[in-house]
Design a protein around this ligand. Structure first.
Ligand code: AOS
Ligand code: ZN
Ligand code: ZN
Ligand code: ZN
Length: 394
């Protein structure tokens, strides 16, 4: 094995990525949904699809669950999920509370001025922790949609206090090996402010909630031009990088396929993580996908994403960290930049394929998906089933 092959194989050996249950369901924009005949319309189909992606790629052994969508009976749904885990050889991953769908959350959930609504939302957080415990899931992954649309209409400062209390109450319920991941987002659905708008707010909230709360970076949740890898570097430095929601975008939170618009950014993020490890730093990062495929086939998009993540993780692993440090310290700008760029421009696909073959996996999972006929089968079967059950594609 040459040096590059060794680096790529070592990197891929420990790289795993989590699939979102909602990435297999019909989703759309505020202008409507285009229904895909093969989209999953229940939890069994989501598990089947996620299991298939894991079978093809070998590196996606967990699926993120959304409490209201996937566990409508709360802890009462746990047994069904357990069975599906067995059946499809895939485990439950992060548990995502839902604090945005209930009508009572119109003016906020954990930050609502009404104490009874805050209590309902906090109880849901605590129930999500219990569900995670029952499923053996480590991470509770909070995305808070709270915010306001117009200046002066809500107290930014009082809402900080309410959120602090709610997250402390949630943290108090965590088992010692569980984590609370705190996601941030600058806008949408609220457009004047969101209560957790950036990584500084998420970090501060996590810190105040307790030692098991850390920050989740969704790559689509930044103002255009934000240097995301610098945020990643800071969170690594602070020991507070809990995980990612991967997706790509051109304009806002577009939830496009990872690396489809800007693969260099993903490479730069992975580079910071490799650099941290190379300098003796420790981290425990949950790599998760958070995408919504309105036009593209969902199975294909998910397989593409897993493969792209592997390729960019492997390319970043090619950077000679010791050499780069030397060049940086010597301020050898062009040499340092070229070393960095050379890794990015290396086509690692043959090595990634060789790694897959060495594990008994299909060399090209996208081709294997096509050859399997899986998408045709689910499209036929689910379209027929949905037509006979009254045409609801949910
Ligand atoms: C919303 O923009 C966030 O990215 C959420 O993490 C995620 O999309 C949601 O929880 C799935 O509905
Ligand atoms: Zn318009
Ligand atoms: Zn997200
Ligand atoms: Zn998002």
């Amino acid at each position: 094995m040459n040096d590059a092959q060794q680096k790529v194989f070592a990197a891929l050996d420990h790289f795993r990525i989590e699939l979102p249950s909602w990435g297999f369901a019909n989703t759309g924009t505020r202008f409507g949904k285009f229904i895909q005949p093969g989209a999953a319309t229940n939890i069994a189909e989501k598990f089947a699809d996620a299991g298939m992606v894991n079978k093809l790629t070998g590196v996606a052994p967990t699926v993120a669950l959304h409490v209201l969508w996937d566990l409508p009976k709360g802890e009462g749904s746990v047994n069904e999920i357990r069975q599906l885990e067995q059946q499809h050889g895939i485990r439950s991953g992060s548990i995502n509370p839902n604090l945005f769908q209930d009508q009572v959350y119109k003016f906020g959930s954990l930050c609502n001025p009404d104490p009874s609504v805050r209590k309902q939302a906090t109880d849901h957080m605590i129930e999500s922790v219990q569900i995670a415990k029952a499923l053996g899931s480590r991470d509770i992954s909070l995305w808070l949609s709270d915010g306001a649309n117009y200046p002066g209409t809500q107290s930014i400062q009082r809402r900080i206090g309410w959120l602090t209390e709610a997250l402390a109450a949630t943290h108090a319920e965590l088992a010692t090996d569980q984590r609370l991941l705190v996601e941030y987002k600058p806008f949408e659905p609220a457009f004047y402010f969101t209560d957790l708008a950036d990584w500084g707010m998420a970090y501060t909230m996590a810190k105040q909630a307790g030692p098991q709360a850390v920050v989740l970076v969704d790559t689509g949740h930044h103002a255009l031009g934000t240097n995301i890898e610098q945020i990643v570097a800071w969170l690594l430095h602070l020991g507070a990088l809990g995980g990612f929601h991967f997706n790509d975008r051109k304009f806002a939170d577009d939830d496009l396929t990872l690396g489809s618009i800007d693969p260099y950014q993903v490479f730069r993020i992975f580079h910071e993580i490799h650099a941290h490890t190379a300098s003796g730093g420790r981290s425990d990062i949950a790599y998760m996908i958070d995408q919504s495929h309105n036009l593209k086939g969902k199975m294909e998009a998910m397989v593409q994403t897993v493969a792209t993540a592997q390729e960019l993780y492997a390319r970043a692993a090619l950077v000679d960290q010791a050499k780069l440090s030397e060049l940086q310290d010597a301020c050898a700008l062009v040499e340092a930049e070229e070393l960095f760029r050379n890794a990015f421009f290396t086509d690692v696909r043959p090595l990634v394929q060789a790694w897959r073959s060495s594990k008994g996996l299909p060399a090209d999972p996208l081709v294997a998906l096509k050859e399997s006929g899986y998408v045709d089968t689910i499209s036929r079967e689910r379209a027929a089933k949905n037509a006979s059950s009254g045409g609801s594609y949910a």
